[in-house]
Unconditional design. Structure first.
Length: 107
């Protein structure tokens, strides 16, 4: 199951330097809810290599503002404590997500 990222814990998680993927979502977002099982499955599969978590934009706001999240779902990718150029917006296929995770790991 994907971790729950909050304004209180997300900066610490990113600062570890480990690869991190943040799924910006909301309960009212149909595509977000549709992707939730896939995000959970990938978080379990890549658990030892990538921190994958969900950031609820209705409950948290710091990152939403900082990274100018204008639509959801949006996924941001971090490595070595910094945001990478990898960014996905909208509903994604499993193949696309796996390719981007592999790209992140290869950085």
């Amino acid at each position: 199951m994907a971790k729950n990222f909050t304004d209180e814990n997300v900066k610490e998680i990113i600062a570890t330097g480990k690869p991190v993927i943040i799924d910006f979502w909301a309960t009212w977002c149909g595509p977000c809810m549709g992707m939730a099982p896939l995000i959970d499955r990938l978080s379990e599969e890549y658990e030892s290599r990538v921190e994958i978590g969900k950031y609820n934009i209705d409950e948290e706001s710091d990152l939403t503002t900082e990274y100018r999240i204008m639509s959801i779902p949006t996924l941001l990718f971090f490595k070595n404590g910094k945001k990478t150029d990898i960014r996905l917006a909208g509903s994604q296929t499993e193949a696309t997500l796996r390719a981007k995770i592999d790209e992140l790991l290869a950085l």
